[in-house]
Design a protein around this ligand. Structure first.
Ligand SMILES: Cc1cc2nc3c(=O)[nH]c(=O)nc-3n(C[C@H](O)[C@H](O)[C@H](O)COP(=O)(O)OP(=O)(O)OC[C@H]3O[C@@H](n4cnc5c(N)ncnc54)[C@H](O)[C@@H]3O)c2cc1C
Length: 332
């Protein structure tokens, strides 16, 4: 939807293909980093939610944990359904047509692309973690390493924090994001086969905090996905479709929005060949930090030492959070 809005702004004819009817929900931590809030505001999209002032790491040993404040301004906790509605409303205002069917066939025809037999100059595929278009183009590569999954539910109660709380246990993390006056999101990142309730037992302090009625649990994964390239001819992969490392650092939406902007700039300039490099550059900082943290935290000892270390070196913790939170510049 963000790509469609950018395209419309540049005067391009655009149509969105989406098989599901909205508002679409998804297993997500629902924390918009400051960069995502800025990308959306630039599109005049202002979804309602709860301001997020920073990140707090907790491990159950101290109630205050380690805290880093977003220096680039606040982020926002926003329900996915609210985000979808805000984008859909802007699309309607911009007159972007939506066809309620999936893309099932993509063929390169040299100076255009055939999408289910219909000609288009370009296709921006933002079709998610398990991108069917990535698979159709033969760009899928088996991701190396450990496979993790995300599980998320909502608890109806007043938020107790204006930070994204990340609770660490020896085997999992739980993310707490306030998303409305009376709603708190809880997402856990786990290895295959873990059940939400069992994992929550790892976090007695958090479990105690969760007093309201709970929604059903939604899941996503495996999280690690890899594309050989983020473009093939006139097809450009944006967001999770172009590959994903892990939700550990919670910046997927900001990155997807920045890549949508870059993809449309390449399309408008008739230079699709520039996109792969640009998309990689946009993702580099986030992917590197996520890889490093993911790799380090496979070791139980590092997991135990992480929160105390962040407390002892707050400048380092703040610098890392800042790298993730600051707006993403699209390369020229
Ligand atoms: C547990 C978890 C927690 C997370 N927490 C955060 C967080 O706090 N903050 C953050 O920024 N990110 C977070 N992320 C990452 C974030 O959810 C994703 O990076 C983001 O949603 C990617 O957006 P996208 O548009 O690329 O894909 P999606 O949001 O998955 O959208 C893909 C769309 O493509 C459609 N589609 C599928 N197939 C087709 C087809 N064949 N034709 C047409 N359309 C199709 C789908 O219906 C869907 O609407 C988290 C992820 C997980 C799993």
């Amino acid at each position: 939807m963000a790509a469609a809005l950018h395209a419309r702004r540049l005067g391009l004819d655009v149509v969105v293909r989406e098989p599901r009817s909205g508002p679409i929900d998804k297993a997500c931590g629902e924390g918009l980093m400051p960069g995502a809030v800025a990308e959306l505001a630039a599109l005049d999209v202002h979804p309602a939610g709860r301001a997020l002032v920073g990140i707090r790491y907790l491990d159950g040993t101290s109630p205050e944990g380690a805290t880093a404040t977003f220096r680039a301004g606040p982020g926002r906790g926003v329900r996915r359904t609210v985000l979808h509605e805000a984008l859909a409303e802007r699309m309607q205002g911009a007159g972007v047509p939506v066809e309620r069917r999936p893309v099932e066939d993509v063929r390169d025809a040299g100076d255009h692309v055939l999408v289910d037999g219909e000609p288009a100059r370009y296709l921006v595929a933002a079709d998610g973690l398990h991108s069917p278009v990535r698979r159709l183009l033969g760009l899928d590569t088996p991701p190396p390493g450990r496979q993790r999954f995300g599980l998320r539910c909502h608890v109806e109660q007043q938020p107790w924090t204006s930070h994204v709380e990340v609770h660490w246990s020896p085997r999992a993390e739980a993310y707490v994001t306030p998303v409305a006056e009376d709603l708190v999101g809880v997402a856990v990142l786990v290895d295959k086969g873990a059940r939400f309730d069992d994992v929550l037992d790892d976090f007695p302090l958090l479990r105690e905090r969760l007093t309201g009625p709970r929604s059903r649990v939604m899941g996503a994964g495996p999280l690690r996905q890899q594309a050989r390239a983020r473009a093939a001819g006139r097809v450009l992969l944006a967001g999770d479709a172009g590959g994903y490392v892990d939700a550990l650092t919670g910046e997927g939406i900001a990155l997807g929005l920045a890549q949508a902007r870059a993809a449309v700039a390449c399309v408008a300039a008739d230079r699709p060949e520039d996109y792969d490099r640009q998309a990689r550059r946009l993702a580099f900082r986030h992917e590197l930090l996520t890889h490093l943290l993911l790799r380090a935290t496979t070791h139980a000892r590092v997991r135990r030492l992480l929160v105390p270390a962040a407390r002892r070196a707050p400048w380092l913790f703040s610098a890392a959070v800042d790298q993730l939170a600051r707006p993403i510049e699209v390369p020229a």
